[in-house]
Design a binder for this molecule. Structure first.
Ligand SMILES: Cc1cc2nc3c(=O)[nH]c(=O)nc-3n(C[C@H](O)[C@H](O)[C@H](O)COP(=O)(O)OP(=O)(O)OC[C@H]3O[C@@H](n4cnc5c(N)ncnc54)[C@H](O)[C@@H]3O)c2cc1C
Length: 264
């Protein structure tokens, strides 16, 4: 039996208050991960706070040259948004490559990064573009947000409001996906920004990480040739029925070269 109280606030203030309503309160966005988790009884919250009625955290806008995406914006909305397609086409393409139409029309950017699945696509864009995660309490730099497998810097009573993406000079994302789910076996987001080159890797390890050696090589020469023989150490990478750690390390090099070529 499910046994929780359901709350549907219409503002962030109401949502924040609802977080104090019980001893184990969960927020739900599109439910793409949370609902299966409930069905398997892996979570049995006392209260569920549905963010679907809060208009202020949906949609895309431009702010001081950055593209700001509300936490409750679905993957399909990001993929089809004209501002995202014009300013950061790599981000629109990444969102359009997530899962299937059902997942893209329910799943949200806030839910994806709060969940921090090691094979999720958005963490690579958030770190690769040096984005800022805005919450009900503070702003968190991308490099500080993702802290481990399914772990983030979010506190229990903190809700993601939006993600602010600086517009890069050039960027691209390439993934070697699982053909059933389209989760990344390995995905690499490369961005050339005013502050340098960033290379973010998802799917390969327990959590998104930056390939700093590649960033250094690309800073002097932004071309696939500059990283022609590079990959990352296989130590600590994921190894499962889909791919060994050695294979994932190899894929990081291949996906990074493809991303640089696509971004050049
Ligand atoms: C079949 C399938 C295929 C998929 N394929 C891919 C893929 O190819 N690539 C990919 O990247 N992802 C994939 N996903 C994941 C999907 O895209 C969703 O992003 C993910 O499931 C989160 O879903 P959601 O936004 O509905 O969040 P929910 O399931 O509602 O919530 C997920 C977690 O985030 C928390 N949360 C949600 N919103 C917030 C917020 N604003 N602030 C704080 N905490 C919050 C919830 O409490 C919960 O713990 C797939 C999922 C499925 C079911």
């Amino acid at each position: 039996m499910y046994n929780f109280d359901y709350h549907r606030p219409s503002s962030l203030d109401e949502a924040t208050k609802a977080l104090g309503a019980g001893d184990d309160v969960k927020v739900v966005a599109g439910g793409m991960t949370l609902v299966p988790t409930l069905k398997q009884r892996l979570a049995m919250p006392s209260d569920v706070v549905d963010l679907g009625g809060i208009a202020e955290i949906k949609g895309v806008c431009e702010e001081d040259g950055a593209v700001v995406i509300g936490a409750m914006t679905t993957h399909a909305e990001v993929a089809g948004n004209d501002t995202v397609k014009t300013k950061i086409p790599a981000l629109a393409a990444l969102a359009g490559g997530i899962g299937d139409p059902q997942v893209r029309n329910r799943g949200t950017i806030g839910g994806s990064i709060a969940n921090n699945d090691p094979a999720a696509d958005y963490p690579a864009a958030v770190v690769g573009l040096g984005a800022t995660v805005r919450t009900t309490k503070r702003e968190i730099a991308a490099d500080d947000f993702f802290t481990g497998m399914f772990e983030t810097a979010l506190e229990e009573d903190e809700i993601i409001v939006s993600v602010s993406f600086p517009v890069p000079e050039a960027a691209a994302y390439q993934k070697f996906d699982n053909p059933a789910s389209r989760y990344a076996i390995v995905g690499v987001f490369v961005a050339k920004t005013g502050g340098g080159v960033r290379v973010a890797v998802t799917g390969a390890g327990p959590c998104v990480f930056r390939a700093e050696e590649m960033e250094g090589a690309l800073a002097g020469n932004f071309s696939a040739d500059a990283i022609s023989n590079m990959s990352v150490p296989a130590d600590g990478l994921n190894s499962d029925i889909h791919a060994s750690a050695d294979y994932r390390a190899h894929l990081v090099g291949v996906m990074a070269r493809r991303a640089v070529a696509a971004a050049s």
